[in-house]
Design a protein around this ligand. Structure first.
Ligand SMILES: [Zn+2]
Ligand SMILES: [Zn+2]
Length: 240
């Protein structure tokens, strides 16, 4: 009988006790959404020195720019990212976007506000714009908009989700080579309600920065389709 009770307890435990989706361990008291504290602490936050232009983690501060930024033409002023896109972070973003683990949004939102605060804040920024998803995609929620909402709330800035439009369906950038990425998003974005951006300094928000092709294409669309002053970029995670 004793054995059966234990078995039952174990079974209930398995069904009802929230488990860390990364390591399978029990979630601690604080319950960091879908991941345990130990796994959260394995996320590599981006610390100085990072490239002043694209936010890439640098090994030394001898040169303020990374190799890519010495040759690329960029329409955005700069990008800052909260964490390196690898390991736990990569898995967690995947869960957030595709596996309906929306509770992660709050933690990612807090992480974003923290990263922006500790890297100079948002002085001079007038509004926040999420990178849009293609409207006809079945996935109904935009992870970038969730982040943008937390950032808007954290810094007391308006969030405009009805300005930048993805007018063309695109393939996920991570499936493509560098050249294909640029091609994939070329002409994909346009601006509506342009009066909302008059003389504005904008913070564009996305979840992942890899080569910067998406951010660049959005910034180009914003600057050519409105009288916006400048576009800065924030992304939750940055490829190495
Ligand atoms: Zn864990
Ligand atoms: Zn760079």
């Amino acid at each position: 009988m004793r054995g059966r009770v234990n078995f039952l307890e174990e079974l209930l435990d398995l069904v009802f006790v929230p488990r860390c989706l990364e390591c399978g361990g029990k979630l601690d008291e604080e319950r960091r959404a879908c991941l345990c504290g130990r796994c959260w602490s394995r996320i590599r936050l981006i610390e100085p020195p990072s490239c002043v232009s694209c936010g890439k983690q640098l090994a030394s501060d001898l040169d303020p720019l990374c190799g890519d930024c010495r040759t690329e033409t960029r329409f955005f002023t700069d990008n800052r990212s909260a964490a390196v896109y690898d390991g736990v972070m990569r898995n967690a973003i995947h869960l957030f976007k595709y596996k309906d683990k929306r509770k992660l949004g709050r933690h990612f939102g807090e992480m974003s506000v923290q990263a922006l605060s500790s890297s100079g804040g948002l002085a001079g920024i007038d509004c926040v714009l999420p990178v849009p998803i293609y409207r006809k995609k079945r996935r109904d929620f935009n992870q970038s908009e969730v982040l943008a909402r937390f950032i808007g709330e954290g810094f007391g800035l308006p969030v405009h989700s009805d300005v930048l439009v993805r007018s063309k369906d695109t393939r996920p950038q991570h499936e493509l080579s560098r050249g294909e990425r640029r091609q994939n998003v070329s002409g994909a974005f346009s601006v509506k309600n342009r009066q909302k951006l008059d003389s504005a300094s904008i913070l564009l928000v996305d979840d992942i920065f890899t080569t910067g092709a998406t951010a660049n294409e959005c910034a180009a669309a914003i600057l050519s389709g409105s009288n916006a002053k400048l576009v800065r970029v924030f992304t939750l995670a940055r490829g190495e």
